[in-house]
Unconditional design. Structure first.
Length: 533
């Protein structure tokens, strides 16, 4: 490599010092090129190790606690009170390193119907072998087994009595049919609830459900079920509107989004991705979980979803939320789990398994384990105060969490300049420092959570179900799925059994003619005992 000032070997100066300068320059250039190449190779190796860990390694982000203590610079560790285990049975099983109690069998639920099966001795066996006297019954031993029968269909025949005037025979009247969720359809509310529960709660694709029906003698094609679900999603829209009003009335919302594929979407290829947005009310005794479909992930979607809202909004660091936060005066709260994930990914990129670290971790892992030690301390405090009143959580965070976070911040600022920015550790530190204000916002209010796991947990049933049904055929189907997911997840959050709740809604909502009647169908307005399977 020839420096720019030397165009050919014929122009080399005769002076020895000048030649030495050229050589020094060439050596420096080569060393810089080698250093850049080595950094690029190291970054690519990290990416390969991380991809291999994501593909073949455990998905858990938990780091072995034993090694964190070696490099933990937090001066005080949060003390966790571990309740004493109460053995359920005197029998135990020997396992290397500890004794594990064997659980006692739980009794079968009392509400299930019982069918008695009496077992008698043969007449020949009811004789005493000693004196030949006939044996008399004096008691019994009873044991129970759990049995199940496949879904059993029945046909509801609506017999509408017709009346006429006996005198003129000119006046005829027929008893009206109660309003149905899908008019002129063969689907009763119970069947619609069964199909919706199978797909949106159990993640069962409709073609598999059609196969189950066929095995028990009923032909219900997938296309028919899909049409019913679209109509059902449209039927419950009044309830969804009330749930959204209740969501926006609160002061704390979690939000997250995930992809969904819609085959027949105007202006988009079938292989393209659309999005399902989930919003969860963060506080209150009336939990709300809402799903909303949109073809894009653009900033106008949060602006539409949170129009008129001005409380706390907890999300990841996606920039698409910035506009609605600025326009509505929303207080943005970020997710500490996302920040920690950068460091666990960096540990995996070093070729280390976070769940099973070596007895003596390599020096290159020291900084990572130090950072993860801070996270462990912070989360230990959060576990200890979980479920306590907001004012108490606030006081504990100010007294214990804030000092740890301040030390963590100082350590991160001092460490970042020493780490190549394109490495996974460099990216982790850059993310942490760039979003520090939002990540530590939970310190300001005891109602706030340290992370956005509430939204991520709410969206998980959708992600699991998506692996089964894979896509929505139409935009209408995607919107209907959003509505039905909203209902079943809100029902679950309020302690209701989804099938029983949906059957009640599909029965009563078509007959509701006032806002008060619709409000009576909200999950928290229904007594759990009134819903029967």
């Amino acid at each position: 490599m020839v420096p720019r000032m030397v165009k050919s070997e014929l122009e080399l100066p005769d002076d020895v010092d000048a030649l030495k300068g050229i050589v020094t320059h060439l050596v420096a250039e080569n060393e810089a090129a080698l250093a850049s190449r080595d950094a690029r190779i190291a970054a690519l190796e990290e990416q390969i190790r991380l991809l291999l860990a994501r593909r073949f390694g455990a998905s858990s982000e938990r780091v072995a606690d034993g090694q964190l203590g070696l490099f933990n610079e937090a001066e005080e560790q949060a003390e966790e009170t571990v309740p004493e285990e109460t053995p359920q049975d005197d029998t135990s099983v020997e396992v290397a390193g500890h004794r594990r109690g064997r659980g006692k069998r739980k009794p079968l639920p009392e509400h299930l119907p019982r069918v008695d099966i009496v077992h008698e001795l043969d007449p020949a066996e009811r004789v005493c072998p000693h004196d030949g006297a006939a044996l008399e019954a004096f008691g019994e031993e009873c044991s129970e087994q759990l049995d199940v029968q496949p879904a059993r269909f029945r046909v509801l025949r609506h017999r509408r009595v017709k009346y006429r005037c006996p005198c003129c025979e000119g006046h005829l009247r027929t008893a009206p049919l109660p309003a149905q969720p899908i008019p002129k359809s063969q689907a009763a509310p119970g069947l619609l609830a069964f199909i919706a529960t199978a797909k949106y709660v159990d993640g069962l694709p409709l073609h598999r459900l059609a196969g189950q029906f066929e095995r028990i003698g009923v032909e219900l094609p997938r296309q028919t079920q899909a049409r019913w679900m679209v109509r059902s999603g449209e039927t419950v829209q009044p309830l969804i509107n009330l749930l959204r009003e209740r969501l926006l009335e609160g002061r704390y919302i979690h939000c997250d989004e995930t992809t969904v594929q819609v085959l027949d979407e105007p202006g988009k290829a079938a292989q393209s991705k659309s999005y399902m947005w989930v919003q969860v009310a963060g506080t209150g005794e009336q939990p709300v979980v809402l799903f909303d479909y949109d073809p894009t992930r653009a900033a106008e979607v949060p602006c539409r979803l949170f129009e008129g809202y001005s409380g706390y909004l907890q999300t990841d660091a996606y920039a698409g939320y910035n506009a609605v936060v600025a326009d509505n005066g929303i207080t943005r709260v970020l997710c500490m789990t996302h920040a920690r994930r950068y460091f666990t990914d960096a540990l995996k990129a070093q070729g280390l398994n976070p769940n099973k670290l070596p007895a003596k971790p390599p020096p290159k892992a020291k900084r990572l384990l130090t950072a993860l030690g801070y996270f462990r301390t912070i989360y230990a405090i959060e576990r200890r105060i979980r479920g306590r009143p907001p004012d108490e959580r606030y006081e504990v965070r100010q007294a214990e969490t804030r000092p740890v976070l301040e030390r963590f911040h100082e350590w991160a600022k001092a460490t970042a300049p020493k780490v190549p920015p394109k490495t996974k550790l460099g990216e982790a530190l850059a993310y942490l420092l760039a979003h520090w204000e939002g990540l530590t916002r939970f310190l300001d209010d005891g109602r706030l959570e340290i992370d956005n796991n509430v939204a991520e947990n709410a969206i998980r049933p959708f992600a699991v179900g998506r692996k089964g049904w894979m896509f929505s055929a139409t935009v209408e189907g995607a919107k209907a799925s959003a509505n039905l997911y909203s209902l079943v997840e809100t029902a679950k959050a309020n302690g209701l059994e989804p099938y029983a709740y949906l059957r009640h809604v599909f029965t009563e909502l078509p007959r509701a003619e006032t806002v008060e009647a619709i409000e009576a169908l909200l999950p928290w307005s229904i007594e759990r005992e009134s819903l029967t399977l």
